[in-house]
Design a protein around this ligand. Structure first.
Ligand code: MN
Ligand code: MN
Length: 466
């Protein structure tokens, strides 16, 4: 008996404890988790694209006393600033009590999500149906994007230079759009294809209408009728699609999942479930010690290239500018800065357990996930945080009662993926991945846990205040 207790005691002391988060929180925290989830769901419904996320952030920032940063500003502790990058990415900062020269605490999340983008010449008619051609954005299982209601979000820059903002399919009274699929009765050949080809890229055509223009006998009368509706509604002609960014995204709203309401189903958790906590942590940040910098970036899902993606220099320029304004130099600031690359990880799914190695994967309800390295095939493409920095983050989380876990994205050589971590680490910044585990990642309807979401907020708030 005594020996058995000793073993139990020793186990508690020596083994890593990985309890379900719900066994570690009190009623107050349970309430905080639920409140935070409600705010988050409203963000999800109102910010389905990178442009809408920036707009949402801008409104929140201005309401909370953040001002647009202009190079040459005198910056002092407690100042709150932001820089809007073309309405598609945004950087925000709260100046700390320590000199900027001591480095910043950087939190980086992305606000673009997989979707169907319209091609630049999208509109066509085929057998008296009007359709839009699309080119999918990000890594998707194409077959998942058929037969679900889709809304259209984005902008059209007209020939006269006017910007038309489009958001159709979200209001209950709006029409929606969809990609059709073949009935099973006639799908023998289709179902014999490999899954990547069941629906091909060129099959992702959006159904948008069927009534022909009534007057006169003319060809392409359905297309004409649609163009006429669009002209009346937006003042656009067909050529204006060339200078447009129109994104088809799932039209459904975020909802609680489960009898216990512990999960959230919705579009674009990757990476809004990290972007929103990072934004909230920054808004709630009183005067931090080190300057807190949060970046919500675009283009992560296509590899971070382009001037609104984190492979561009826009973050480096911002740091250089605030460094200069504080009598320091950008590269010196970056070299002593630290970053949480706030992005999601895959949650263990019992239905697809075989892709994970159970000792090193993320689980629902076990908290925000720290990922030391990403990559694939022998850690290729990862920045791999140092043991020292991982140790520092671990101590910081533990001393602030953040429930966290650690996990890799799948088994070795099972596949893999990356985040913006490597691009920030390449600026000579200590960087580690931290984010919320997601079920059905990159599907039109992804699932996360409310507890994990809240722990991400707590983790980011702890980090940027430090
Ligand atoms: Mn992501
Ligand atoms: Mn992703």
């Amino acid at each position: 008996m005594e020996e058995k207790n000793l073993a139990k005691e020793l186990k508690e002391k020596l083994f890593r404890q990985q309890k379900n988060g719900y066994k570690r929180i009190n009623a107050d925290e349970e309430k905080a988790i639920s409140d935070f989830a409600n705010e988050y769901k409203s963000f999800l419904d109102n910010a389905k694209t990178e442009r809408e996320a920036v707009k949402f952030a801008l409104e929140a920032l201005e309401k909370n006393g953040f001002v647009e940063y202009k190079k040459g500003m005198t910056l002092k502790a407690g100042d709150k600033i932001f820089r809007n990058n073309r309405g598609k990415a945004i950087i925000m900062a709260v100046i700390g009590t320590a000199p900027v020269a001591d480095g910043v605490r950087l939190c980086a999340a992305h606000i673009d999500s997989p979707r169907l983008d319209l091609k630049q010449n999208p509109l066509y008619e085929d057998n008296e149906l009007a359709l839009f051609k699309t080119h999918y954005y990000g890594g998707i299982k194409k077959y998942q994007w058929t037969t679900i209601p889709l809304a259209l979000h984005g902008v059209i820059i007209r020939a006269d230079g006017e910007t038309v903002t489009v958001n159709i399919g979200e209001d209950e009274n709006d029409p929606v759009f969809c990609v059709t699929d073949l009935l099973p009765h006639l799908a023998t050949e289709q179902m014999s294809r490999t899954a990547t080809k069941i629906i091909r890229g060129e099959d992702l055509n959006l159904l948008i209408g069927s009534i022909p223009f009534r007057e006169d006998e003319t060809s392409e009368a359905v297309k004409l009728n649609i163009m006429n509706i669009l002209f009346e509604k937006y003042g656009i002609t067909e050529s204006d699609f060339i200078s447009a960014e129109l994104e088809a995204v799932p039209a459904f709203k975020a909802r609680d999942i489960g009898f216990d309401r512990s999960l959230i189903g919705g579009y674009g958790h990757d990476d809004r479930c990290c972007a929103f906590p990072a934004l909230k942590a920054t808004l709630d940040c009183k005067t931090p010690v080190h300057t807190a910098v949060t970046v919500l970036t675009d283009k992560e899902e296509t590899g971070s290239d382009g001037n609104t993606g984190l492979c561009s220099d826009y973050l480096r320029y911002f740091i250089a500018d605030i460094a200069e304004d504080s009598g320091s130099c950008g590269r010196d600031v970056l070299s002593v800065s630290e970053c949480l690359s706030a992005d999601v990880n895959a949650a263990f799914d019992p239905t697809f357990a075989e892709v994970n190695e159970r000792n090193n994967c993320a689980y629902v309800n076990k908290g925000v996930c720290i990922t030391k390295y990403t990559g694939a095939r022998g850690k290729s493409g990862t920045s791999d945080a140092s043991a020292e920095f991982t140790g520092r983050i671990r101590r910081l989380m533990d001393s602030n009662n953040v429930i966290w876990q650690t996990g890799e994205l799948g088994k070795v050589d099972e596949g893999g993926g990356g985040t913006v971590a490597a691009y920030i680490a390449n600026l000579n910044v200590d960087t580690i991945d931290m984010g919320v585990p997601v079920l059905s990642m990159h599907a039109p309807y992804e699932v996360i846990s409310k507890l994990d979401l809240y722990m991400a907020y707590k983790a980011f708030a702890t980090f940027i205040a430090d």
